[in-house]
Design a protein around this ligand. Sequence first.
Ligand code: 1GP
Length: 256
Amino acid sequence: MPFDIFYQNKQQQPSPGRKYFAVLLDPDNLNEASCLQILSLSELHQVDFFLVGGSLITSQSQSALIQLIKDNSSIPVILFPSSSLHLDKQADGILLLSLISGRNPEFLIGQHVIAAPILKASQLQIYPTGYMLVDTGKQTTASYMSGTTPIPYDKPAIAACTAMAGEQLGLRYMYLDGGSGAQKPVSPEMIAAVRQAVEVPLIVGGGINTPEKARTALASGADVVVIGNHIEKNPSFLAEVSKVVASFNIALDVHR
Ligand code: 1GP
């Protein structure tokens, strides 16, 4: 059985209610020294997994970045690809994203067809994920590059129905993303509406740059918070988010 971040032990027992902390590492934004600093902080402060990728990778350094992580950390590496060009067998897994908030067939199924034989031949753990971009005030690289319209910020019902449809189609994870460096995160109302609509784990990211925003996302129903930009700018933020995530998990242990 391949490794699954959401199953905590060899018996493959899920941990209901547990919250997870993921750090997004964008190959374009990191040099070796800054990456090593984030890696050592991540080991200290219980990061659950790294996402590696970006909406527009312009450097050739994704492979070198994954190698650097693998050489210096035991934390799993999950690919967060923007196209089938960004597969890498050194990683542990891949968020196989279907961009269900959009209507561009290329990102709903096209890239997946190209990637399928490569993924089948690899050892990568596949996480089939319904990916929903949310309009958080300005156009993001992800919506521009994918040629899709994000879900309006103040329409939680659209996000909930989109997630429901994704779950009914068999997608096993949902990702609500305000876009990297978003001016504001996805609203608590939208997170709660999606949480209520589906059973599958819910990943939330984009624009989370204070401990309070991380706490709000988790309290609204996110199972995983993803932080990229603000940790790149201010690595000490990693410890602050870790404390927030731990506070939810400690409360869970107390109530068991
Ligand atoms: C973007 O959800 C991720 O796809 C993380 O966003 O870089 O704004 O933290 P930030």
